[in-house]
Each structure stands twice: as structure tokens, then as C-alpha cells.
Ligand binder design. Structure first.
Ligand SMILES: Cc1cc2nc3c(=O)[nH]c(=O)nc-3n(C[C@H](O)[C@H](O)[C@H](O)COP(=O)(O)O)c2cc1C
Length: 334
């Protein structure tokens, strides 16, 4: 039986709901560097250059990756609401901030995979705490990798010696970055204090790694030596995590970053569905020399885009990091 075509108003509401799903995506420092426009039945996903982290992300790699995560969520939501997702990436070379357009295709019956992704979408959290020592089955990580990789994106689950090397590089990255006052100023401007009304940035408590290091006071960010203890701690977290993965791409252009963001979000939602938590260790990719060393450790051609650790959470994170409202990010062009 053919589905009854939905009215233009119903289709418009679906695109608005897709934006509500998109903004639940992760983004570096929770900058939420995206904007959306709905113009005549087309949802445009745009980068917001005002939210660019110029110190750690000079090339805008993480900014575009974050928007890729948001695009992935919007696509899942559209399919979960019974429509094929028609996407065009970088539709206009004259508008580099217009990263993608999304339109409703033909009506479909939502499959179990999309239902599972949609279910996981509001439950996903970055969890920077230590994970339980419980192993993650190889079959589970293989299935996640198979589902998320493709389209020029690859994911490698690191072997113990690679994990050790990458842990050392994360430690070195922390030590180097915290010595740079510009890095500390940028980070502190995106850390928000408990009780803050800000709807972006990383709530302070989120940066507390269990009881090992209460990353407690902004004041501490004035100390260039903070990276030494922080690096040691993060290296330990890498060592103690059942799984460390590197997600990379064959190329290193904006469309590769957008594809990497989409693959990342697929991986994170699958992980959430399996009861796993994930945290990022991208500092080692924010310094070009160390990024090259990560690539060598991974031992495959291409560019590393993301370092992740995954495991079963010792302590689940219940409260979601804040998000800006739809009014702040969505423009509807009548
Ligand atoms: C491209 C990208 C890079 C990120 N890099 C880091 C990182 O290096 N360290 C970290 O602790 N979190 C990192 N995050 C996680 C964000 O801080 C997190 O998504 C944000 O604070 C919102 O919280 P949520 O993921 O729980 O919704 C990254 C997220 C994205 C999308």
C-alpha cells in the first residue's frame, strides 16, 4: 500500500525535528559550530565561523567534523520519521560554509538499524571518566567499525603496542599544549562554571576525571605546568581503556572532515546502543608533528582525524551537556 503523501507543512515540521536531533551532536569544546536554514523544503547545514577554535583547530578540521556529526543526526531523524534522506555535500563552491543540504526523499519504512540509532541519539554522552576493566568483545568493535567506516573513512582498533605509543603521544601533546598561553586562554573561555546559564561550552564537572585529578579551578589553567599532570593522567586513561580507536580518512580536505564527522557519530551511536561510553583524545592530532607520529603508529596510509577510547562506563553521565535552543541556530526562510 502506498503511503499517503504528507502535506508541505508536515514535511517542514520533519525538517525542524531533524534540526532538533542535529544539535544533540558532539562538537569540539561544545562550541556547536553550526547553523541551519530551511529554505523551501531544503535544510541547509552551515558552518558557523564565529565559533571556530582558532588555536587548536586552525584548519577548521574539528569544526567541520562537528557539523558532520550534526548532519548524521539530522539524517537519522529524517529516516526515523519515514523518509529517505537526500544529501548533497558542498553543493556550492562559492559558499564554503554551506556544508550540506538535506531534503526529504521518498517515504520509507524505518528499519531496525535507524530505530536503534534514533534511540541512542539523546542518550549519547562524552564520558571522560575511567572505564571498567571489562573487555569489549572483538565482534562488537568489528561490527561498529564495519557499520561506520567507508566513504574514504577508516577506523583502526589499536593493538596493545600501538595503544601504548598513542598514549605517550597524548601525554606529550598535553604537556606541549598547556605551555602555550593562547591554548589555555582558548580552553578556559569554553569551560563553564557550575550553575552557569551558558548553553554552550564544557560544564566544569565534565572535566573531572573521577577522583584522580579534580580539574577543579579555572585558576589552575594559568599554570603552564598543568599539562604535565594532565598528560600523565590521560596517558593512564588510555592505558586503562579496553579499546582505543583511531578514525582516519584517505584525504584531508573539508569533504573528508565532513565524512569523518558523520562516521564518528555513527560509531558513537552504535557504541551507546551497546552500553559503551566514549571519550576523545584529540590533543595529539592538534599539533602537526604529533599527528604525523600518530599516523605512523597506526601504520596505514591516510590522515588520522580522531582518537577515541571506549569502554563500559564505571560511572554513567546522566546529565547532557547544554545545547543552544533552536531559535539560536535555525533560520526559517519563508
Ligand atoms: C570533533 C570533536 C573533537 C572533540 N575533541 C575532544 C577532545 O579532544 N577532548 C575531549 O575531552 N572532548 C572532545 N570532544 C567532545 C566534546 O567536548 C563534547 O562533544 C561536548 O563537550 C559536548 O558534550 P557531549 O558529547 O556529552 O554531548 C570532541 C568532540 C568532537 C565532535
Amino acid at each position: 500500500m502506498e503511503a499517503t503523501p504528507a502535506s508541505a507543512e508536515a514535511r517542514h515540521q520533519i525538517l525542524i525535528s531533524a534540526v532538533a536531533a542535529a544539535v544533540m551532536a558532539p562538537s569540539s569544546h561544545n562550541t556547536q559550530p553550526w547553523r541551519f536554514r530551511i529554505v523551501g523544503g531544503v535544510l541547509e547545514v552551515l558552518a558557523d565561523p564565529r565559533r571556530h577554535l582558532t588555536v587548536i583547530d586552525a584548519e577548521r578540521r574539528q569544526l567541520v567534523q562537528s557539523c558532520g556529526c550534526a548532519l548524521f543526526n539530522a539524517r537519522v531523524a529524517v529516516r526515523a520519521m519515514g523518509y529517505a534522506d537526500q544529501v548533497t555535500v558542498f553543493p556550492d563552491p562559492q559558499q564554503p560554509d554551506l556544508l550540506a543540504t538535506l531534503q526529504l526523499g521518498k517515504q520509507i519504512i524505518t528499519d531496525d538499524g535507524d530505530r536503534a540509532l534514533m534511540h541512542a541519539l539523546p542518550l549519547r554522552r562524552t564520558n571522560r571518566r575511567p572505564f571498567l576493566p571489562r573487555p569489549v568483545a572483538l565482534a562488537d568493535s568489528d561490527a561498529m567499525i564495519a557499520a561506520a567506516a567507508g566513504d574514504g573513512v577508516w577506523i583502526v582498533r589499536l593493538a596493545p603496542d600501538q595503544k601504548h605509543q598513542v598514549g605517550k603521544l597524548v601525554d606529550r601533546a598535553d604537556r606541549l599544549q598547556y605551555r602555550d598561553p593562547a591554548f589555555r586562554i582558548e580552553l578556559s573561555s569554553w569551560l563553564t562554571a557550575a550553575g552557569s546559564r551558558r548553553r554552550d561550552g564544557i560544564p566544569f564537572v565534565e572535566k573531572e576525571y573521577g577522583s584522580a585529578m579534580p580539574f577543579s579551578v579555572m585558576r589552575a589553567l594559568r599554570s603552564p605546568g598543568l599539562g604535565d599532570s594532565f598528560g600523565r593522567l590521560e596517558e593512564e586513561l588510555v592505558r586503562g581503556s579496553p579499546v582505543v580507536m583511531v578514525l582516519g580518512t584517505d584525504g584531508d580536505a573539508p569533504w573528508d572532515w565532513l565524512a569523518a564527522g558523520q562516521a564518528l557519530q555513527g560509531l558513537l551511536l552504535d557504541a551507546t546502543g551497546l552500553g559503551l561510553a566514549a571519550a576523545f583524545l584529540n590533543q595529539a592530532l592538534e599539533l602537526p608533528d604529533l599527528r604525523a607520529e600518530v599516523a605512523r603508529s597506526v601504520g596505514r596510509a591516510g590522515q588520522p582525524q580522531m582518537i577515541l577510547r571506549l569502554g563500559y562506563p564505571e560511572e554513567p553521565i546522566h546529565r547532557a551537556a547544554p545545547r543552544r535552543s533552536l531559535d539560536d541556530v535555525l533560520l526559517i526562510v519563508e
